[in-house]
Design a protein around this ligand. Structure first.
Ligand SMILES: [Zn+2]
Length: 124
């Protein structure tokens, strides 16, 4: 049994075969904060505050087999300016470091070998 934040293999295979589903705005629940987490300023008309995924949605699914519920949760979605400069997306290496600190993530055997290798030889 995999942790609820990790997609089971069968669900992962469906995503790989059919692609990621389109997200609707209602998927986002973290609407309450009006301040950009990156620069600490509020939004403007030309650069509004929006939601940003720390672990990008598609990357989280296809490279790490993380569940959409986790990827769209407050653990992963933050308020951020829409325009570049306040980007919150983590690199693959940063995501690995964050997941290593959790007590629930071990890379499942169906994620790409290059990703498993980043977690150490016991997962390769
Ligand atoms: Zn900002």
């Amino acid at each position: 049994m995999t942790h609820k934040n990790i997609l089971p293999e069968v669900a992962y295979r469906v995503f790989v075969e059919y692609g990621q589903p389109v997200r609707s705005p209602s998927d986002y629940k973290n609407e309450k904060h009006k301040i950009c987490i990156s620069c600490g300023k509020g939004g403007t008309k030309s650069n509004p505050i929006t939601n940003g995924h720390k672990t990008p949605y598609g990357k989280g699914i296809f490279e790490f087999s993380l569940s959409p519920e986790f990827l769209n949760s407050e653990q992963n979605v933050v308020r951020i300016h829409r325009r570049k400069g306040c980007d919150v997306a983590l690199t693959t290496e940063q995501i690995v470091e964050c997941l290593k600190k959790t007590d629930w993530y071990n890379p499942p055997p169906w994620v790409p070998k290059e990703i498993r290798d980043l977690f150490g030889s016991k997962y390769s």
